[in-house]
Ligand binder design. Structure first.
Ligand SMILES: NC(=O)c1ccc[n+]([C@@H]2O[C@H](COP(=O)([O-])OP(=O)(O)OC[C@H]3O[C@@H](n4cnc5c(N)ncnc54)[C@H](O)[C@@H]3O)[C@@H](O)[C@H]2O)c1
Length: 274
């Protein structure tokens, strides 16, 4: 292991790796020396999402970018809601690579609407992808990590909406607060195996989800909601670049964060404190 390749010889699993933050995490962890296993739905995952879905071509681009870093990658079109599908992916990763060290539970979706007005289906698709998807990732990965016996780091991509209230997105907040509850309980359960579990809380990242224009119809109807969205503490000229979040993910993936578990790590320019 060298300091610029702290994950040399390790294997990382990233969900939602076709584009956006998931792709940036795949590439950054690959630069740090890890072989990569990734999945993505590569298509529509719900009927109430106001931005374009990812494509198989997006996932192929991620594969190429990771291979350019000189490590191996195994990528598949699997939905995180597919419990058995994720188990199959991890079983085949263990067969191919022999270990699993880092898990980045990143796949997620967002939609807008007031809690008492959204269709039940809209609630369910957000909970199923963001919360049950993470649960399925945990069920697929933890037994394999314990069996491999190398400890490891599980990183749950929550949101500032997993700590701070967001009007017009109660269903999304419920899913992301839920991710924190599962991550922290899991941290207490897997600590004895040397596995750490932390959550990351981003705000306003420059991705398809972060540029979802459908949010403006909610703000037009309820203009006072904008007061819940603070400018943050650091100067903010634009949305956060996905690869800036990847630096936080790499820190949590590596031994540099050996003392951290059951922690909620902000990547939000101070937004949640303002
Ligand atoms: N962009 C932001 O401002 C922001 C802020 C806070 C948290 N987040 C969280 O960051 C994570 C990554 O989102 P992003 O900003 O990169 O958005 P994105 O839409 O660019 O990327 C999300 C990826 O996850 C995949 N995905 C979605 N549902 C899936 C499913 N059911 N199964 C498999 N793959 C699925 C998508 O196909 C896509 O490739 C999400 O969990 C999101 O909630 C984003």
């Amino acid at each position: 292991m060298t300091s610029d390749r702290p994950l040399e010889g390790k294997v990382a699993y990233v969900t939602g790796g076709a584009r956006g933050q998931g792709r940036a995490h795949c590439v950054r962890l690959a630069q740090a020396g890890a072989d990569i296993v990734t999945i993505d739905a590569c298509g529509p995952v719900g009927n109430h999402i106001g931005y374009e879905p990812s494509t198989p071509e997006d996932l192929a681009d991620t594969v190429r970018l990771v291979e350019d870093e000189g490590v191996k990658i195994s990528a598949g079109r699997v939905d995180v809601r597919d419990h058995d599908g994720q188990k199959r992916v991890i079983a085949s990763a263990i067969e191919q690579f022999g270990r699993l060290d880092v898990v980045v539970a990143n796949a997620g979706v967002m939609s807008w609407g007031r809690a008492w007005e959204i269709p039940q289906e809209q609630w369910q698709e957000i909970i199923d992808v963001n919360l049950t998807g993470f649960f399925n990732t945990v069920q697929a990965c933890v037994p394999a990590m314990i069996e491999a016996g190398n400890g490891g780091s599980i990183i749950a991509i929550s949101s500032s909406a997993g700590i701070k209230a967001v009007p017009g997105a109660g269903h999304y907040c419920a899913s992301k607060f839920g991710v924190v509850g599962l991550a922290n309980s899991l941290a207490l359960e897997v600590g004895e195996y040397g596995i750490r579990v932390n959550s990351v809380h981003t705000y306003g990242v420059d991705t398809a989800l972060g540029n979802d224009l459908s949010m403006y119809s909610t703000f037009e109807k309820h203009p006072h909601y904008v007061y819940s969205f603070s400018p943050g503490a650091l100067p903010t000229e634009s949305l956060i670049a996905p690869n800036q979040v990847s630096e936080v993910v790499l820190f949590l993936a590596s031994d540099a964060s050996a003392l951290l578990t059951a922690a909620q790590i902000p990547a939000d320019k101070g937004y949640m404190k303002v």
